[in-house]
Design a binder for this molecule. Structure first.
Ligand SMILES: O=C[C@H](O)[C@H](O)COP(=O)(O)O
Ligand SMILES: C=C(OP(=O)(O)O)C(=O)O
Length: 449
């Protein structure tokens, strides 16, 4: 991987800068931005091209039903919360979910953290008004600060550098946790036993007992658990801020191809997936596996256009559609899209995001999601794929390892009145540790079916 990229493949990338890019901040100081971009160009890659290729092959396996993708992490990471404990607890939650899903699916689970780069947010409105005062909306720590003052909300390009360094530190810890013994399957299994023992829902006990038996069976057969102490763990985020993603795009010295080295997988969001826009142009030019969010507003033709733009060579594992229809819409809105893409012969991986179509404002004024809706959307996703004979390839969830109260419902029966107790998200509500594991148990049941 070269750190100073040869000009040729980058000329094409730069051509995309003339296209319309939605959801970009208005940086107040162009010269300061130019300095930051120049600095980012000199920084080492955060991931290596070969790792992105491995993830592409894993996602290809998920499209064939030979693996299942689990993507999870914060809605919006913050610099202040990138602590060792928080990162450890999020990884722990994903590992616990993955162990349960592996049992349910009987195939490997591809673990992808929405982390080490998820610092920029698209917003419904460019401004926020509180008590008659209107300021720029919070767009993620990579852009501005959550605090509601004119200074904090002014976009500051030096935050792009902090985002890089925080991502680097996060990834370093992710690599340490997943390769240094923390991810040992026996630990993960013990944590899950603890979860079931303390869960208010007896429903998970049977599956947990079955997993326990499977572990004992493996031990009796002489399975080498020492080889199950490390796991593959990939990083992903929305490629939203092109002033960050473009300078971190480098030429792979092995192949001459471009890779966005800010993450293994990057996705284009629902608000920036315009087939003629700058974001789709950008992801079409890098070799990373790419995700595209798709809501019920997308027509089957919009989705086919994304296939043509992002995966013209019809390569397996290259393109993942992360569908987020809403529980009430998934059973009507998803089938025509999946059917048309399937009929076209396109190789894509289907992943369900049951969060973003199910957000509402609670009576007490919190942005929340109901655990029942989340489960119902995943159920609908499985039903649609079963009816069409296509493969449900994974789930994409906003979660934290902490015991927050942001989504209502679940075995803990979080109510609207509880949201105020520990609502910490700076953007959308996340499943807490317990709710995440419950979801994993329920999805494992769906997979086993
Ligand atoms: O995470 C997704 C979006 O950034 C988020 O849902 C937008 O939220 P808003 O409608 O409050 O702007
Ligand atoms: C903004 C997000 O989702 P969507 O683009 O689907 O709204 C997100 O996943 O953070």
């Amino acid at each position: 991987m070269s750190t100073t990229s040869p000009a040729d493949p980058l000329i094409d990338l730069r051509a995309g800068t003339t296209l319309v890019a939605g959801q970009q901040p208005t940086w107040p100081d162009e010269a300061a931005l130019a300095d930051v971009v120049a600095t980012l160009l000199t920084y080492p890659p955060l991931v290596f091209a070969g790792e992105c290729d491995v993830l592409r092959s894993r996602i290809a396996a998920a499209a064939r039903g030979e693996a299942f993708v689990l993507m999870g992490g914060d809605c919006a990471e913050t610099f202040a919360n990138a602590t060792a404990d928080n990162i450890r607890d999020r990884i722990k939650t994903v590992l616990q979910m993955a162990a349960v899903l592996t049992y349910g699916a009987s195939v490997p689970v591809v673990k992808v953290g929405r982390m080490a780069g998820q610092f920029a947010k698209p917003r419904s409105s460019g401004t926020e008004t509180r008590e008659g005062v209107t300021l720029p909306a919070y767009r993620g720590d990579m852009v501005n600060d959550f605090e509601f003052t004119p200074e904090a909300r002014t976009p500051d390009p030096t935050r792009l550098l902090r985002a890089y360094h925080t991502s680097s530190a996060t990834l370093n810890l992710v690599r340490a946790f997943t390769s240094g013994g923390f991810a040992d399957l026996r630990h993960v299994h013990d944590w899950n036993r603890g979860f079931v023992a303390n869960s208010a829902n007896a429903r998970y006990e049977k599956l947990a007992r079955d997993i326990d038996k499977a572990m004992k069976f493996m031990a009796a057969c002489g399975a080498d658990f020492e080889t199950m102490k490390t796991v593959e763990f990939f990083a992903a985020h929305e490629a939203l801020l092109l002033d960050y993603e473009r300078p971190l795009t480098r030429v792979d010295s092995r192949t001459g191809d471009l890779y966005d080295t800010s993450a293994h997988l990057v996705w284009v969001g629902e608000r920036t997936r315009d087939g003629d826009g700058a974001h789709v142009d950008f992801v079409s030019k890098v070799r990373n596996p790419i995700g595209a969010k798709v809501s019920d507003k997308a027509s089957p033709d919009d989705v086919l256009r994304l296939v043509e733009r992002i995966n013209p060579d019809n390569e397996e594992g290259r393109l993942t559609f992360i569908t987020r229809m809403g529980a009430g819409r998934v059973r009507e809105a998803l089938p025509p899209i999946v059917a048309k893409v399937h009929a076209s012969g396109a190789h894509v991986t289907w992943v369900c995001d049951p969060m973003h179509g199910n957000t509402f404002e609670s009576e007490s004024g919190f942005k929340t999601r109901d655990f029942e809706d989340i489960v119902d959307e995943v159920r609908g996703f499985f039903e649609v794929h079963r009816e069409l004979g296509t493969v449900p390839g994974g789930i994409h969830v906003e979660l934290t390892g902490n015991d927050v109260t942001e989504c209502i419902g679940g075995a803990e029966k979080i109510l609207d009145a509880d949201l105020t107790k520990r609502y910490e998200s700076v953007c959308d509500p996340r499943l807490n540790h317990q709710q995440s594991l419950e979801l994993a148990f329920l999805v494992a049941e769906m997979l086993a079916d």
